[in-house]
Design a protein around this ligand. Structure first.
Ligand code: TYM
Length: 327
């Protein structure tokens, strides 16, 4: 089985990225041949600072290893190191309806925040489809916010296969049972996001223990005192319950049972402590890995080589089936 996922080197990763991304990557790598891509080409689709891109790329690489990816087992690489990604995006653009791209929620939301709405932001999901399809991917571990992009990827693969002959595996998305959409702590009806919301609304992977405790303590809860999961009427407390499942690996029911009758104050304290316990060892590993950029570069070079090898046959097949005069 082939596994593929990607993460952008923009902003500081947060506990939502851990829930939908990092922790799922570490788990799924056990299931087959896994590829995890730091998608720097995606990062330039919105306003960004070139002097930060390189550092952010190494930050994410270190975080991927710190959260459990094993470089012996998984291929961890940088998107721009493998030219096939940009090429595949161009070819697949020919199979992607303009109208469907315009309906992408992320395009609308992110576009609204930009002074320059780039055409790269518009075609971003095509690049993402190429990322996935180049590796004949069976499963894609992601959070709920990538669901629409994954559906588009499946549509593109199906359309391409029908038009040019079986070329791509049509991938399935894999979403966590709880925590597929971690919400902003201050505005629990909006997702926790690198690009929106306030500092107080997100627990960052690198927040110190006091910041974590403080943010959870001040998280917007709902009226009442029952620790019960009901996202419709109690989005704040439901989000904290999901964060507790992320931190402890307990189910929603187990968390509810454990805190039945305890009230919000006690519960919040416990969530804060559990997150501190989850993140402390990750942060320690991260600091060690991040302090050795030469070693990170070595691992990424190995990853790039493996990724080039694994993607090349699919890219050649695409050119060939599409009728290009191959040499
Ligand atoms: P990105 O970098 O925004 O996020 C990385 C991963 O974190 C998940 N995530 C969340 N999960 C739960 N709750 C949240 N609040 C939350 N916020 C983010 C995302 O769903 C994602 O899994 N377009 C992708 C990157 C990408 C990609 C790919 C992913 C490019 N090519 C190919 C999979 C396959 C993105 O911007 O993720």
């Amino acid at each position: 089985m082939r596994i593929f996922s990607g993460i952008q080197p923009t902003g500081d990763p947060h506990i939502g990225n851990y829930s939908g991304g990092f922790r799922q990557y570490a788990r799924t790598q056990e299931q087959g041949e896994a590829f995890f891509c730091i998608v720097d080409l995606h990062a330039i689709t919105v306003d960004y600072d070139p002097s930060e891109l390189r550092e952010n790329t190494l930050d994410i690489a270190a975080m991927l290893f710190a959260t459990g990816l094993d470089p012996e087992r998984s291929t961890v690489f940088v998107q721009s190191h493998v030219a096939a990604h940009a090429e595949a995006a161009w070819l697949l653009g020919a199979m992607t309806p303009y109208g469907q791209l315009g309906r992408m929620t992320q395009f609308k939301e992110k576009g609204a925040l930009q002074t320059l709405v780039s055409s790269a932001l518009f075609t971003y999901p095509v690049l993402m489809a190429g990322d996935i399809l180049l590796y004949q991917t069976d499963i894609v571990p992601i959070g709920d916010d990538q669901r629409q992009h994954l559906e588009l990827c499946r549509d593109i693969a199906t359309r391409f296969n029908a038009r040019f002959g079986e070329t791509f595996t049509v991938p399935e998305g894999v979403y966590p049972e709880a925590g597929a959409r971690i919400m902003d702590l201050q505005e629990p009806t909006k997702k926790m996001s690198k690009s929106f919301g306030t500092e107080q609304g997100k627990v960052l992977m690198l927040d110190d223990p006091d910041a974590i405790r403080r943010k959870i303590k001040r998280a917007v809860a709902d009226s009442g005192r029952d620790v019960r999961h009901d996202p419709e009427s109690k989005p704040g407390i439901s989000n904290l319950i999901e964060l507790m499942t992320v931190a402890t690996d307990d189910t929603i029911e187990q968390v509810e049972a454990r805190f039945d009758g305890h009230g919000y104050g006690t519960f919040k304290e416990a969530v804060g402590e559990s997150l501190v316990e989850l993140l402390a060892p990750i942060q320690a590993r991260y600091r060690k890995l991040r302090s050795d950029p030469a070693e990170l570069a070595r691992l990424l070079a190995l990853g790039a080589e493996k990724a080039r090898e694994s993607s090349a046959p699919t890219l050649s097949a695409m050119y060939e089936r599409m009728g290009f005069a191959t040499l």
